[in-house]
Structure formats: C-alpha cells, structure tokens
Design a protein around this ligand. Structure first.
Ligand code: DAH
Length: 345
C-alpha cells in the first residue's frame, strides 16, 4: 500500500511538473484528487487494512494529497503568469512609434492678408462688405464716373459675359453698391476684399486676382484723413519703418487722385532689384471721392465728402512674404503653401 501511494505521488508530481497548460493541469487534478481519482481509490481500499495500519496509511494519503494539491497550485500560478505574459506580449502597443500624421491644410497667404486687413479696419470702425463677382457695367463703370466710351475703360481689360454683364475688374464696384444700398444716405466706412478679373497673365499679373477697396463718406472728410488712414494701413501691413509717398495720378472716380508708393522694404530705400533701383514700390491707388460719383449714387457733394482707396491683395502678399511669381498664389502647389503653415492658423 505504501509503495502504491509513493508511486502515485511521484507520478503525479512528475506529470504536474510537465503540464504545459491549465487544461492539462485541471485534468491531472481530477485524475489524482477527484472523486474517482487514484488517491481516493486508495482511501476506499483501506477497508481491508488493520485498525493499526489505517491511520498510518490515511496519514500517508493525506500527506500525498496535500503535496499534490500544493504542487498543482504552484504550477497553476506559474502557468497563469505565463499566459498573462503571453497575452501582454501579443497585445503590446508600442507607444513610442510615431503616429500617422493627419495632413492639415494651411491658410493661403492671400487669406492671411485679408484677415489681417479685416482685423485692422474693423478695429478702426469699418464694416466689411461684399459684392458680386459677376457685375454689371453700370456698377463696375458707369456709377464710378466711367460712362460708356470713356477712354479710362481701356485701363482695364475686361471679361464681358454679355453687353451688360462682366466679371468685375475692380472691387471699386462695391463703392457704388454700398452708396446705392444706403437709403438714408448716411455716413459710410467700409472695406471690401474680394476677387477681381482682367485679361492679363504673366509673372506679375494673373487673370484673376484679389483686391481690397476702402470707402469712407462723411461730413468734413479731408485728404488728411486719407493720408492718416493709409499710413496706418501700410505701416501695420508692411512694417512701422515704411515711409509713404503720395504721387498725383488719375482715376475717374477720385479727384484729386494719388498713387501711393512705399519705401522699399527690401533695401530700405537705397535701391535694389525689387524696387528697380528707385527705392520706392507702388502699392495702391486712392483719392478723394469724385463729386460726380457722390451725385450719381445719391449723395449730395455739397454736404458730404469722402475718400477711397484700392489695392491688390496678391501684391501685398508678395511683398509681405517675398513671393516673386504671382502664379504661385494660384497654382496651389502644396510645397509652396506649406511654408505658410504657422501655429496661429
Ligand atoms: N480700382 C482701381 C484699380 O483697380 C484702384 C483704385 C484707385 C481704387 C483709386 C480706388 C481709388 O478706390 O480711389 O486700379
């Protein structure tokens, strides 16, 4: 009997040692310790033993049982740990791997300019207004003191759609719209950024380009107001060191008219290839609103005066960011646009 118990014990411990997973281990538990298990069978067979032998054999069986149970428990822990490790290993996430980059767009340089200008003029009490890109001859020209046949119409190569409709050549059209829409004929202070179109196409011109128009109408508006406003505008956009030069010029909708030059921001006025050695760069057109324009659009030139200005957004962007070919602004090459990807988007 003793030998049998010893045999079972040895065999059980050996098998437990070699068990490779929890299921096998469980089968071994049943095999040795279960109701029909080998040690239980031994206990059942004790009936034939003498009363002296019984406690001895019983003790041996219980000892073997405890030992097997302990061994199973140890093995169980070991296997469970192994399985957990295996799981952890297979489900491991390497958080040091770089993630797939989400491709983010960046703000177009012309839109940056528009937003900066809007912020600046809104801070000075202006409204931002809009107008149609498909414009009528009436608003684009006639109401701006450019009747049919006026020679100054040749200054702008227009895309006519029909005899009366064209793609607006200038955001100045919005001047007339704003004055006409103002039924009380009250003071006006607006800017209008937007797209404009002309039949041009080379390194410094594009058939579609951006302009911004400004219009102020009120009582006692003078040239000093225009100069002061443009000075703030140019210095904020192109740097506080910029100097302005007002050159008399001609525009049908302003009298007097001025073209405004800014001291070259590349050479500071000494003369370089950007300013063609002149030290100055032409930046915008402006003037005092022509009395005819006020009259045509319902304002009394005896009571009201005003100033207006207009400039190209693309030119501003080119100057501000040192872009040499205007077509870069319209071909949307991502490598070009990415250079303007800044945190303040
Ligand atoms: N519309 C003119 C152009 O496209 C620019 C301009 C000049 C606008 C003088 C104005 C202005 O408002 O007063 O060339």
């Amino acid at each position: 009997m003793k030998e049998k118990i010893e045999l079972i014990r040895k065999e059980a411990l050996e098998e437990i040692k070699n068990a490779s997973d929890l299921k096998i281990l469980n089968d071994l538990r049943v095999k040795y310790l279960g109701k029909k298990g080998e040690l239980t069978q031994v206990l059942r067979g004790m009936g034939g033993l003498s009363p002296e032998e019984r406690p001895i054999v019983g003790g041996l069986v219980n000892k073997a049982k405890d030992e097997i149970e302990g061994s199973i428990e140890n093995k169980e822990n070991e296997l469970a740990k192994g399985e957990l490790n295996k799981k952890l290993e297979s489900e491991k996430i390497d958080i040091t791997l770089p993630s797939t980059k989400v491709k983010r767009g960046s703000k177009h340089p012309v839109n940056r300019i528009i937003e900066e200008l809007e912020d600046l003029f809104v801070s000075m009490g202006y409204d931002v207004v809009d107008g149609p890109e498909l414009e009528t001859d009436e608003y684009c020209f006639e109401r701006l003191n450019l009747p049919k046949g006026h020679p100054a119409r040749d200054m702008q190569d227009s895309f006519y759609i029909t005899g009366d409709y064209l793609l607006r050549t200038q955001t100045s059209a919005v001047q007339a719209r704003t004055m006409m829409a103002n039924e009380e004929k009250s003071p006006i202070r607006v800017i209008c950024p937007g797209k404009t179109y002309r039949r041009d196409d080379d390194a410094t011109h594009s058939h579609q380009f951006g302009q911004i128009e400004g219009l102020v109408i009120d009582k006692n508006i003078s040239l000093a107001d225009l100069k002061g406003t443009l000075e703030v505008f140019v210095k904020k956009m192109l740097g506080e060191k910029s100097e302005l030069r007002f050159r008399p010029s001609y525009f049908p909708f302003t009298e007097p008219s001025y073209e405004v030059d800014v001291s070259c921001f590349k050479c500071g006025g000494k003369g370089c290839n950007l300013c063609k050695q002149t030290g100055w760069i032409e930046i915008l057109g402006s003037g005092m609103v022509h009395p005819n324009v006020l009259k045509i659009n319902g304002y009394d030139p005896e009571k009201y005066s005003g100033f207006a200005f207009g400039t190209g957004l693309d030119r501003l962007a080119m100057f501000k960011y040192g872009i040499t070919d205007i077509r870069l602004l319209y071909t949307n090459d991502v490598r070009f646009l990415k250079q303007f990807d800044r945190k303040d988007n």
